[in-house]
Write a protein that binds this ligand. Structure first.
Ligand code: UT7
Length: 330
């Protein structure tokens, strides 16, 4: 099976750093609760940055890191749950901004598993002769859909973008991914509905819980998503390792979706791996949905601790419910 090579990575975080303490001005919460229950200490919140502008900055950094001209990109895959527009796609706007004029553009919404889905999609395109370089851009502006009256969700999320340039390689690669749509109602944010002059019946959203007037902001059943996550995260890595003919102990690094440090601890325990093998950025980034894995990958790649030839697992889960894991040689 054809593998991948990450040629370069990049990321972008808005300047505005919001500490846990800042939430105590308008919510009944505390630094201690957020820190101990989630591992989050601070997050970056966008001010003038948009989803596409953060994505374009991360993309430019990844291109520079890969020593790759924008014109060399054949396919641009963008992932987000917080696009700026219904249309055009983020990938098209980013393509125009960075001058990747030869790239076909596709957006994916697979929530927090989006980057891993995109990586696997990139590999499949790269297996064809006419696609040589893929740029993946994952950008999220979750502050735009967070409910700042709900302490159980708004303290978790942050904004930012991560990107990488990928090409085909004769190297180890295996994946495991899927979804459980029966859990769609466990995490959602509905588009604000524009009523046409032809609509007669009142709109009754069919998956909405307590407060329909607030269903356009992010809702999450934290307990149920937590339970799903603690099973899906280690399972996707175990299954990908099985396909690769590896035991999880052979992994040098795990880059997990950064939703809650306790989820990562549970997953690492089940995999029989020490926490030192998990790269964490949740303390200063919070949960940035699909951007969290490529942002963490960029940090790890520039930390001096990741070396060519090492084996990495990336694993994400989220709204949908989606899950995805991939194992590959760096
Ligand atoms: O990226 C997409 C996937 N998302 C996730 O994976 C998130 C998964 N879920 C979680 O990480 C956790 O469920 C949360 C962090 C959301 C919640 O943590 P928890 O340990 O499950 O807390 P809890 O919901 O059991 O709440 C415990 C208590 C409650 O108070 P009572 O009922 O015991 O009086 C909550 O009301 O903590 C309260 N609480 C808070 N207190 C202070 C909830 N949020 C806060 C808060 N500050 N921000």
């Amino acid at each position: 099976m054809i593998g991948i090579r990450i040629c370069g990575t990049g990321s972008y975080l808005p300047d505005n750093v919001v500490t846990n303490e800042a939430f105590t001005a308008f919510l009944d919460t505390s630094d201690e609760w957020i820190r101990t229950r989630t591992g989050i200490v601070s997050r970056h919140i966008a001010d003038s940055d948009t989803t596409w502008s953060m994505g374009a900055k991360a993309a430019q950094r990844a291109l520079t890191d890969a020593n790759c001209a924008p014109e060399e990109i054949d396919l641009l895959l963008a992932t987000s749950v917080t696009p700026d527009y219904y249309t055009p796609s983020i990938s098209c706007v980013v393509q125009g901004e960075i001058g990747a004029k030869n790239a076909a553009c596709i957006d994916l919404n697979c929530a927090c598993a989006g980057f891993v889905y995109a990586l696997d999609m990139a590999r499949r395109y790269l297996a064809c002769d006419d696609v040589n370089k893929v740029l993946i851009v994952s950008s999220e502006r979750l502050s735009g859909i967070s409910d700042y009256e709900d302490r159980s969700t708004c303290v978790l999320f942050g904004d930012g973008a991560g990107a990488c340039v990928v090409e085909a390689a004769d190297a180890l690669y295996a994946f495991d991914m899927g979804a459980d749509g029966t859990g769609a109602h466990l995490m959602f944010g509905r588009h604000v509905l524009h009523r046409s002059p032809f609509s007669k019946a009142p709109f009754v959203p069919n998956k909405i819980l307590e407060n329909p007037s607030k269903d356009h902001v992010l809702y999450m059943d934290g307990h149920k998503v937590y339970k799903f996550a603690t099973q899906a995260m280690p399972l996707s890595v175990e299954n990908a390792c099985k396909k690769a003919g590896l035991s999880p102990e052979a992994l040098d690094w795990i880059i997990p979706h950064q939703a809650n440090v306790r989820i990562v601890q549970t997953a690492m325990k089940r995999l029989g791996l020490p926490m030192e093998k998990a790269w964490l950025s949740i303390d200063h980034c919070g949960n940035t949905s699909s951007a969290s894995i490529p942002m963490a990958l960029d940090e790890l790649a520039h930390s001096g601790k990741l070396h060519r030839g090492q084996t990495i697992a990336v694993t994400g889960f989220g709204a949908g419910l989606t899950y995805a894991g991939a194992v590959f040689a760096y």
